[in-house]
Design a protein around this ligand. Structure first.
Ligand code: FAD
Length: 331
């Protein structure tokens, strides 16, 4: 156990740039490494990753470990896990944080299995015990009705995936520099058993960038019928925001799952979140309570959403939404 030191953040790369979640995780990574006096390292795997390496330095990594080469031009579970495992055997990090994206959810468990260590999936909170160095991983459990805090006291490295949007990105400092370690890790023949046949660009609908939006206007069952989502969209449009939804609205077929906010949807952290006709069930709150400012519109003054809202409007969404949209258009 004592051989393992330092915290790693895996920086996922998309089209040469770092995905937001990796940069977000450098924030809690910094806080935890400062608390135990260790180094914060970013791990970047891919091909043509200079931009991502610069971002990792700007967002606070002390050290950036880069595995770059043709073998990593496209993501494959086997090749990326192989690189991560080789690096882990060599450098022995105490903790590895990975974004809970499709890629992270694929690679993380494979890596932890290979290393015979644990993995705490889909975390929403991170602390560290400064005496033992154990990370305290918080994640929703029992359908989101309680938050479990999990420790892995007897294994290293401790690995976890963390939901995108839970932590806010810090302020980048383009002048910051970091120690860059380049590792040449050719993937042995036969390791990759899959072949990339075709890349299909994300459909526009699935590409709803809720996690990166500054303003989200969300609709719930209180809208009454699918056509009323137009009122939500109108307000989102005048504010330059995007449309979110509760699960009840999604399950009713009013809007696609790509818009769902909450425990089984997306975790968001916008500057402004407007909840329209949403009751505020715990599973919805799990995805949006980190928003800077929350406005709730609900005709029930006792709706639980008002407990987390900074501003509340008690009224009918069908009247309040058009009035708000018109008022904002005037400015
Ligand atoms: P409701 O709870 O029915 O609330 C509708 C609200 O609209 C009420 O407060 C009502 O007062 C108000 N209203 C009605 N008419 C009007 C009107 N004309 N004007 C203004 N207000 C009005 N939910 C999620 O959202 N996201 C998730 O990811 C998610 N994951 C889940 C995972 C699990 C395992 C489980 C068990 C549940 C999950 N849920 C999730 C469902 C969650 O428990 C709630 O059922 C859901 O959030 C309710 O959606 P809602 O607030 O739109 O509907």
């Amino acid at each position: 156990m004592s051989e393992y030191k330092n915290l790693w953040v895996y920086i996922e790369v998309l089209n040469g740039s770092a995905k937001s979640v990796g940069l977000e995780l450098l924030g809690p990574g910094r806080r935890m490494t400062d608390a135990v006096g260790e180094k914060l390292a970013a791990v970047v795997i891919g091909s043509g990753v200079d931009e991502a390496v610069k971002s990792a330095a700007a967002y606070g990594a002390d050290q950036i470990i880069v595995a770059e080469g043709a073998d990593y031009a496209d993501y494959s579970s086997e090749a990326y896990e192989y690189a991560m495992a080789q690096l882990t055997h060599k450098y022995k990090p105490s903790t590895i944080l990975i974004g809970a994206t499709s890629q992270g959810r694929d690679m993380g468990p494979r890596l932890s299995c290979g290393l015979k260590t644990g993995l705490t999936a889909d975390c929403t909170g991170l602390e560290i015990d400064t005496v033992t160095g154990n990370v305290q991983w918080t994640r929703p459990a029992f359908g989101g009705n309680l938050m479990a805090t999990i420790e892995c006291p007897n294994t290293r490295p401790q690995i976890g995936t963390v939901r995108p949007g839970v932590f806010k990105r810090g302020m980048p400092d383009a002048a910051r520099t970091a120690e860059i370690i380049r590792e040449d890790i050719p993937v042995p023949a036969g390791t990759v058993r899959t072949t990339l046949v075709e890349k299909i660009a994300e459909a526009a609908e699935a590409a709803v960038k809720l996690e990166e939006a500054d303003i989200i206007v969300s609709g719930g069952r209180g809208l009454g019928k699918p056509e009323n989502f137009a009122l939500v969209k109108d307000l989102a449009d005048v504010l330059g925001g995007v449309v979110g939804a509760s699960r009840a609205a999604v399950d009713s077929g009013w809007i696609s799952h790509a818009h769902q906010v909450g425990q089984t949807g997306k975790t968001v952290g916008p500057k402004l979140y407007i909840a329209c006709g949403i009751s505020g069930a715990i599973q919805h709150l799990a995805g949006m309570s980190g928003s800077d400012v929350i406005i709730a519109i609900n005709r029930d003054p006792d709706a639980p959403i008002f407990d987390v809202a900074d501003y509340g409007i008690v009224g009918d969404v069908k009247e309040v939404l058009p009035a708000l949209t018109e008022a904002i258009k005037k400015y």
